[in-house]
Design a protein around this ligand. Sequence first.
Ligand code: UDP
Ligand code: MG
Length: 317
Amino acid sequence: MPLLSIVVPAYNEQDILEKTAAVISDTLSAADIRFEILFVNDGSRDGTWEKIQQAAKLNPRVRGISFSRNFGKESAILAGLSEAKGDCCAVIDCDLQQPPAAMVEMYHLWEQGYKVVNGVKSSRGKESALHRFAAKAFYAAMSAIVKIDMTKASDYKLLDREVVEVLLGMPERNYFFRALSEWVGYPSAAVEYDVAEREVGKSKWSTRALIKYAVTNITAFSSIPLNLITVLGGIVFLVAVVFGLIALIQYFSGTAVEGFTTVILLLLLIGSIIMVSLGIIGFYVSKIYEEIKQRPKFLIAARTDAAEKQAKEKEQK
Ligand code: UDP
Ligand code: MG
């Protein structure tokens, strides 16, 4: 019987962890699916790791690893996938906003031969209007770039072992799970789910973090911003030609003294365009710098006993 590994990234989720483990476990047991749950403690500052260790003691199907510090959700997903042993791997949030029942449906689709099964949000749950708008804009841009509709995409997915290996083999440091698992292609299916409200704790995403996330991921997938600079340069050049001609005409007709305001405005405009352009180029350079350092994407500081044993076995092989 095939094994399903469930990767659960957890950052400061002590209050719900126990329940998450129980709900996932019950749902899959009821559906007669062989599974393991792999919690990844992403450098939580509360009792999450202790809770994971407890859960692992209670339930032999639960394993856990713990990062040395907070590396972010994408790294946590990646670490979970690299530790997972399943023939297929699912990724689900720790806060139960994504109904575990949908995983059963995903699993059956996988059995039918789909290599990527995407959880698709049928509604986005409760959010502020601004957040909703920003998310929409980001996913519209992202969809245009990846050329796949991502407006309803989420990290709730089930992947075949083959796809997991491809993802693990990707050398990039800047890892955008949601888009990369689309990027790889492979026959995919979708399962719709309703986003539930967060029961305890609050979303780990501040507006600042979300903006950073959006900018980083767009630049990780696209060099359009760089091309935009060239386009801007072209436009400014055209404007320059027009103004140059006007200036020459004025010079030869002897009315050249006026136009001080124009000069100031042009200076300001061109100055700001140059600075923004330099900023964009600088951003890409910094990303190249990050990638080229080849630092590990995460550091595992601790494992639950069972996970430790498995890691040793893997090493010996
Ligand atoms: N998470 C993580 N590392 C982080 C931030 C979040 O592992 O740095 C986990 C978090 O514990 C949860 C999932 O990512 O399991 C989604 O986080 P959250 O619910 O805060 O995001 P939202 O549902 O608001 O998008
Ligand atoms: Mg959530």
